[in-house]
Design a protein around this ligand. Structure first.
Ligand code: NDP
Length: 311
């Protein structure tokens, strides 16, 4: 079986940064990229808050730069998915989707988080036929059409603004009577004439013959003011947050109530000795690319020091 000193799982800012640090430190390591090479940032447009780019940078380009930088310093980057991992004894053994296995003395988990769905049967029914969790990936298909974005956070506002440039009208379906988003994002939404916010509103289902043609909504659910109504839409975009990608760990690491990996204070060390966590998979609080890159650096340094202590 192939073996490595450090197995890095995930290819977002955390994973690539970890690979840059381990490679430069001469720690033999392998990075397995996962389903979405480059992670969540490849699905956004311009990133204006990653330092070093005065005019902002396209999300895909930023991630490709990180990948190229890691390759340049000698990182061993491979496509594929870690389907399971045995953390019960060292070396740890990771199983890959192709059936192969890798033995690793340390593991850096940098698998990020994935978009959440409401859990409606209609989301599955119309998946790829009007339902999407990524406006920048799919918005193009809805030019001059009417769409709805579910959620009231920064992501929902960002997606609504992005879609408002393409679509004739954008509804925001917000379950509370206010937006959770930052003041700056709320202002951007308020400046768009073609965004209409439906407050106190939840989604009951979707309708349509050959794809989404409308959404069934309820306002003031569970109160005496409750009213059900329908809006005509062509696309239904989810922007209600993310879920950490920790299923493959099968309960072997301590997680918080929402599935985020718990790390020991002031380090990236997870609950199993020799395992480290970086990026959104361990960060319910900040969830920013620059923060993920920072923890990728810390995880690589922690792994390198841990390896040095073993010899
Ligand atoms: P958030 O958790 O901040 O917001 C999720 C939104 O979805 C909330 O409005 C929430 O409603 C709503 N929601 C959650 N579950 C449901 C549900 N079942 N039905 C209906 N609505 C639901 O997630 P985001 O993805 O927006 O943001 C994540 C983090 O990333 C935040 O820290 C954010 O600031 C940051 N971010 C920053 C950006 C920037 O600065 N440019 C861009 C994008 C994200 P409720 O308020 O009622 O809980």
């Amino acid at each position: 079986m192939e073996s490595t000193k450090c197995l890095i799982i995930g290819s977002g800012p955390a994973g690539y940064t970890a690979a840059i640090y381990t490679s430069r430190a001469g720690v033999n390591s392998i990075l397995i990229e996962g389903l979405q090479t480059g992670g969540q940032l490849t699905q956004t447009t311009t990133i204006e808050n990653f330092p070093g780019f005065p005019d902002g940078i396209d999300g895909f380009a930023l991630m490709d730069n990180m990948r190229q930088q890691a390759l340049h310093v000698g990182a061993d980057i491979r496509p594929g998915l870690v389907t399971s991992i045995d953390l019960s004894k060292r070396p740890f053994v990771a199983t890959l989707d192709g059936g192969g296995s890798i033995e690793a003395q340390t593991v850096i988990v940098a698998t990020g988080a994935s978009a959440k769905y409401l859990g409606l049967d209609d989301e599955k029914k119309y998946m790829g036929m009007g339902v999407s969790a990524c406006a920048t990936c799919d918005g193009f298909f809805y030019r001059k059409k009417v769409v709805a974005v579910v959620g009231g956070g920064d992501t929902a506002c960002e997606e609504a603004c992005y879609l408002s440039n393409l679509c004739s009208k954008v509804y925001m379906i917000v379950r509370k009577d206010h937006l959770r988003a930052s003041a700056a994002m709320q202002k951007r939404v308020a400046e768009r004439d073609n965004i209409e916010i439906l407050f106190n509103t939840n989604t009951l289902g979707l309708v349509g013959e050959n794809g989404v043609e409308g959404a069934r909504l309820v306002r003031h659910k569970g109160t005496e003011r409750q009213e059900e109504f329908e809006i005509a839409i062509d696309g239904f975009f989810l922007a209600i947050g993310h879920r950490p990608n920790t299923d493959f760990l099968a309960g072997q690491l301590a997680l918080d109530d929402n599935g985020y990996i718990l790390t020991q204070p002031h380090t990236t060390a997870a609950s199993v000795d020799g395992v480290f966590a970086a990026g959104d998979v361990a960060d319910p609080r900040y969830r920013q690319a620059v923060a993920a890159a920072g923890t990728g650096c810390r995880a690589a340094l922690d792994a390198e020091r841990w390896l040095a202590e073993q010899t």
